[in-house]
Design a protein around this ligand. Structure first.
Ligand code: T5A
Ligand code: NA
Length: 236
């Protein structure tokens, strides 16, 4: 029986180098003669993706719950595509996934509300903060990665990298909260990983130079190049 492809997710704070590293990884896998497909969330090309893009550029305002559900819906738009690539034996390399969805929404919700003297927005926020269990729910049953590489970087180092600060969430205090939620998610994922190490969450120090980060990531991806025997799992 032919093996299915592996599902590898690259996660991390803004400007941790996810897209750069995913592209280096894609080239390396291809040069080795293996089939690889890169996908990225949010995928801004669909109608839902365009709504997300407009929100991220602060061109539209949406309730936090709505935004969360849009990011999740955007992943569901590609769920069957991911499964079919994996069935074709291709390695799927995914730049951000459900973990970003949870981390950013929960971090945003834990922000100290600005005093607006009882304005409707602030009382709504108090009534319905986005909790971790609430945030996890819409992504439940999506294809589950065989490996998640979390590119860890301090918000201070991220700040020194190109392009930081252009989008809605690219503020140091927000990034600190995001990093804390990611840590909690990492603990939960690790607790549920299989005995053979499937579904692992690996923290990679992304504050180093590019080639050091690439080599460490490669060490984790290499064992998955020949595919995976077990069926694709589902998120929580
Ligand atoms: N979001 C996302 C949610 O709120 N919910 C969700 O469900 C999802 C999926 C956009 C926002 O959406 C949020 C999270 C985000 O705030 P995005 O489209 O992935 O998400 O964001 P991008 O702006 O495309 O990418 P990032 O900001 O996350 O950057 P990357 O991909 O981590 O970093 P990269 O590779 O573009 O590199 C940034 C810069 O650093 C340099 C690169 O050359 C580049 O200039 N660099 C390094 N410099 C020094 N040393 C290294 N090791 C370096 N690696 C890269
Ligand atoms: Na990116």
């Amino acid at each position: 029986m032919t093996r299915r492809g592996a599902f590898v997710v690259v996660e991390g704070l803004d400007r941790s180098g996810k897209t750069t590293q995913a592209e280096i990884m894609r080239r390396r896998i291809q040069e080795g003669g293996r089939e690889v497909v890169c996908i990225k969330f949010p995928d801004r090309s669909t109608p839902i993706g365009k709504m997300i893009d407009s929100y991220l550029h602060s061109q539209s305002d949406l309730d936090d719950h709505v935004v969360h559900l849009l990011f999740s819906a955007n992943r569901w738009e590609f769920a069957s595509t991911i499964l079919s690539y994996l069935e074709q034996g291709k390695l799927v390399l995914c730049d951000r996934y459900a973990f970003s969805g949870i981390a950013f929404s929960v971090a945003k919700s834990s922000q100290t509300p600005i005093s607006t003297e009882g304005h409707l927005e602030s009382s709504l926020e108090k009534l319905s903060p986005i909790t971790l269990p609430w945030a996890r729910a819409p992504d439940s049953a999506l294809p589950s990665p065989d490996l998640t590489l979390f590119l860890d970087i301090s918000p201070e180092v991220a700040l020194t990298r190109g392009g930081y600060g252009e989008e809605r969430y690219e503020k140091a205090d927000m990034q600190k909260r995001v990093r804390n939620v990611f840590e909690e998610i990492g603990r939960q994922v690790s607790a549920n990983a299989g005995e053979a190490g499937d579904g692992r969450w690996v923290v990679v120090d992304a504050g180093r130079d590019m080639s050091a980060v690439t080599e460490e990531m490669w060490g984790h991806v290499q064992p998955l190049l020949d595919g995976v025997d077990s069926p694709v799992g589902r998120l929580w």
